[in-house]
Design a protein around this ligand. Structure first.
Ligand SMILES: [Zn+2]
Length: 446
């Protein structure tokens, strides 16, 4: 939309310079990117040591100063930052040299747990906006302000659906045509489609399950979506089959992205789909090794944000598991390192009595032979998993037996898989569908 392009141009003049920088830096050789990243880390550590009481204590506790961190690898000397530590040391994590009125309050959605409150600053926002321009628009050959259909959801923020006034404001300032993914009745989908045919978006963006669901609706009803240049997938892990289906229905390439509210975009996919390119200019990514059935080198993602000086997050365990790219280069020419895959949330790892740990993604992956559209695996104790399904699917006993047989190969011998008939599936407060989760009396933290 013309007005949105101008609005974006005028209101983001300060991030425009950064956006220009990011356009070039993504193609730097890996060594230059690492050098650049370490320079930013060095400055961040110096700031944290001087002005953030929590980090002053951390450095004193290990008998070091920022000067003792001389390489990226030496970041390992610093302890991991957890959500619990942030809650317990909230005030002490705020930089003392930043005026209170410059702190920007934010919080995580809390779709799978208690929300986390935090502060960010203007510098953080400028870099985050610029990285979003790159990963959400430029990657598909578009520009910020171009019309973009958005299947989003955040009930606590928008209620039933976006009011018309809000929708118009959004369209004029950002070019976004939003639909609340939380409430996707067939009527709402048709309404959204009508708006999209009128406004001709150049991009579609949203939660993976919402876009998948919408693609299924278009396909089943033989409906056409206006031609877009790309589909941007957000906020959830993506099965390659789902991604292929989405591309077939929308007749456009799709780009997976990974991020979190506390740190903005962390990684983005390019057209070659060799994994996700880390946004090295904004975040430093490490992998804390863990043992997981079926994966060689899985790790908890540890993220250091390089731009938020208001409340530095250094080696923050974000709660997701990933597989490193191990220095593999991508033929797109970007020097940004690759994360092979983000497997999912640590809360979706099922931990059994004998210590076996199986990622939720594994449960989903094994289901693809059984053509069930909706189902939920719930771990209810350290020896029992329940598979919830709708009645017509539950009643197919042959399929139940085949599923049981398949999963028995992976589950510990003393673990049980039971089936449960349900009328419908609950979504999280932010409208995401969860295929796997734990619901145990005492949930062991992974
Ligand atoms: Zn690439």
């Amino acid at each position: 939309m013309f007005t949105a392009r101008w609005y974006q141009h005028l209101s983001n003049r300060d991030s425009a310079e950064i956006a220009g920088f990011l356009r070039g830096s993504q193609y730097w050789p890996p060594e230059r990117l690492r050098w650049y990243q370490f320079e930013k880390i060095r400055r961040l550590l110096e700031h944290a040591y001087r002005h953030v009481p929590y980090y002053r204590r951390v450095f004193e506790g290990i008998g070091a100063t920022p000067a003792d961190i001389r390489t990226l690898a030496e970041m390992e000397k610093l302890p991991i930052l957890t959500k619990e530590i942030i809650r317990e040391n909230f005030e002490d994590l705020i930089a003392t040299n930043i005026p209170k009125e410059h702190l920007i309050a934010n919080s995580t959605g809390g779709s799978t747990g208690e929300p986390l409150r935090l502060y960010q600053d203007r510098q953080y926002e400028q870099w985050a906006n610029a990285a979003r321009n790159r990963g959400w628009y430029e990657i598909a050959g578009c520009r910020p302000g171009d019309n973009c259909a958005v299947l989003w959801g955040a009930m606590h923020e928008i209620g039933e659906d976006f009011p018309l006034k809000e929708r118009l404001r959004s369209l004029l300032t950002t070019g976004e045509i939003p639909l609340n993914a939380f409430n996707l009745s067939e009527e709402r989908k048709r309404y959204f489609l009508k708006w999209c045919h009128m406004l001709r978006p150049r991009l579609l963006r949203g939660y993976v399950t919402a876009i998948h669901d919408f693609a299924g609706f278009l396909d089943a009803n033989n409906l056409r979506f206006p031609q877009v240049q790309g589909v941007i997938l957000c906020a959830e892990t993506v099965d390659p089959h789902v991604q292929a289906f989405v591309e077939k229905v929308f007749k456009a390439p799709s780009y997976n992205t990974y991020g979190g509210r506390e740190l903005s975009l962390i990684a983005m996919e390019c057209e070659h789909k060799n994994g996700l390119h880390e946004i090295s200019e904004n975040n430093y990514v490490e992998f804390e090794p863990i043992t997981l059935t079926g994966y060689q080198d899985a790790g908890n993602l540890l993220i250091t944000n390089l731009n938020n000086y208001a409340m530095p997050f250094i080696r923050y365990r974000i709660g997701d598991i990933g597989i490193p790219g191990n220095g593999k280069q991508c033929e797109c020419g970007r020097g940004l390192p690759l994360v092979s895959k983000v497997i999912g949330r640590t809360t979706e790892v099922f931990v059994f009595a004998d210590g076996t740990r199986i990622a939720g993604e594994m449960f989903i992956h094994l289901m693809k032979d059984f053509s069930l559209k909706e189902y939920q695996f719930v771990q209810v104790s350290d020896s029992r998993v329940v598979l919830r399904m709708k009645s017509e699917e539950f009643n197919d006993l042959d399929r139940q037996a085949a599923i049981r047989e398949k999963y028995a190969r992976y589950l510990p011998v003393d673990a049980r898989l039971d089936f449960e008939k349900v009328d419908g599936f609950e979504k999280t407060a932010t409208g995401k569908f969860r295929f796997v989760f734990r619901q145990m009396n005492a949930v062991r933290e992974s």
